[in-house]
Design a protein around this ligand. Structure first.
Ligand code: RFL
Ligand code: PHB
Length: 389
């Protein structure tokens, strides 16, 4: 079998890249280790930058998001029992779109199926080969049979645990990493959100976040220890803890109901450099991870797709290699700014075991600064809505 680009991974980055390439007449095949239902069962991101929304429009997969997504003009920082609104639109003239990653992934899958572009789910032992030369290929096993796809390029869109980054000789990659001494316990429940916008709360008992998927579905998170077990958290215990970390007005407005998803995610910052190895390109979580505090992971995956799509389109349609040659540098410049922002939001909002009272005073001073200085609030807002591509 032969195609122009093999895409490893059918998450948001692989699907978005595949759709943009396919619509530009560039052949591609997506391979994923797991099935469609498994991918759609993952509950992850919820906040999209305008750039991400624009790419979904460009991919022709934005119709349902435009109908059902919620445009938010701001969010709140809650601390010392009070709520302080960051007016994103007044500060930046931009908004964010609240639309779940699950829905976005479903829309891209539907669009791909309608266009007739090929995806192989439950492909085992996917292996990128010979990418140090101009004749790369990818092998995989399906129902016991070994397959080989020859191609021009391989896009490694297979997430943090994927095979693409691991296939590169260790001496060719530099990695930068920070782990945080806590996780997020999150639930999803069909109850109306506490307010119209997201609330990020800094509290002596730990961070809490009130997010949403729609006017009738809420997504709540609380900071927890890495040793916590989901089974120790009944819904009642979760809501009690959440209530204690919110200002009274929100705590009183909290409507509770049974959760249908509950999970713990560890927090990590990670970057692999470079993001290109010959004819293999790393995209999204395969190359970098950010803690979810700044809502940047999926949005960074989308900006990588933007740079790689430009490079591949110029290569095939204009015979120009410039954008492809600069893919890694352009993507990494933006990646590091989001890594910095996600790290700083994480440091600002969480209780650190070793932070002590000094750490708490520093956080309070910074929160006070952010909510009383237009310059500081503008910097926060322009990072939150997304830096330009
Ligand atoms: P994904 O989504 O991990 O998809 C990778 C795909 O590759 C497949 N795969 C393989 N296929 C073939 N062979 C192999 N060996 C393979 N290994 C893996 C996998 O099955 C999968 O289908 O990576 P992608 O596409 O780069 O997308 C990245 C985003 O999923 C991620 O950055 C975000 O979810 C992060 N994130 C958030 N991002 C935001 O922009 N805004 C948010 O509000 C936000 N909230 C979050 C988040 C992530 C969270 N968790 C659980 C990590 C909240 C949470 C709690
Ligand atoms: C979410 O809705 O899952 C969400 C929203 C904002 C974040 C992280 C996660 O910063």
């Amino acid at each position: 079998m032969r195609t122009q680009v093999v895409i490893i991974g059918s998450g948001p980055s692989g699907l978005l890249l595949g759709q943009l390439l396919g619509n530009a007449g560039i052949d591609n095949i997506i391979l994923d280790r797991v099935g469609k239902a498994y991918i759609l069962g993952r509950v992850r991101a919820g906040v999209l930058e305008e750039g991400t929304v624009g790419l979904l429009e460009q991919a022709g997969a934005a119709a349902r998001m435009r109908e059902e997504g919620l445009l938010h003009d701001g969010f709140s920082l809650a601390f010392n029992e009070r709520d302080h609104r960051i007016d994103l639109h007044a500060l930046t003239k931009k908004r964010v779109m609240v639309y779940g990653q699950t829905e976005l992934t479903r829309d891209l899958m539907d669009q791909r199926e309608a266009a007739g572009y090929q995806t192989v789910y439950e492909a085992e032992d996917v292996t990128p080969c010979a990418f140090d030369g101009e004749r790369p290929f990818v092998t995989y096993r399906k129902e016991g049979v070994l397959h080989r796809i020859d191609c021009d390029f391989i896009a490694g869109c297979d997430g943090y645990h994927g095979i693409s980054r691991k296939s590169v000789p260790e001496r060719s990659v530099a990695t930068f990493e920070r782990t945080y001494p806590f996780g997020w316990l999150g639930i999803l429940a069909d109850v109306p959100p506490v307010g119209h916008e997201l609330v990020y709360a800094n509290h002596p008992r730990g961070f809490a976040l009130c997010s949403m998927r729609s006017a009738t579905r809420s997504r709540y998170y609380i900071q927890c220890s890495l040793e916590e077990k989901v089974q120790n958290w009944s819904d009642d215990r979760f809501y009690d803890e959440l209530r204690r970390r919110l200002p009274a007005a929100h705590a009183e407005a909290l409507i509770v109901g049974p959760s249908f998803e509950k999970s713990i995610a560890p927090l990590r910052s990670f970057v692999a450099e470079p993001m290109r190895f010959g004819t293999l390109f790393l995209v999204g979580d395969a190359a970098h991870i950010v803690p979810p505090t700044g809502a940047k992971g999926l949005n960074l995956a989308a900006s990588d797709v933007h740079y790689l799509f430009e490079g591949l389109r110029d290569h095939y349609l204009d015979r120009s290699e410039l954008a492809l040659a600069h893919y890694s540098d352009r993507a990494l410049k933006r990646v590091w700014k989001s890594v910095r922002f996600s790290w700083s939001m994480t440091m600002l909002m969480h209780r650190f075991p070793e932070g002590g009272e000094f750490g708490q005073k520093i956080q309070e001073a910074e929160l006070d600064y952010l909510t009383h200085s237009t310059a500081a609030a503008t910097s926060l807002a322009e990072n939150y809505v997304g830096l330009p591509y």
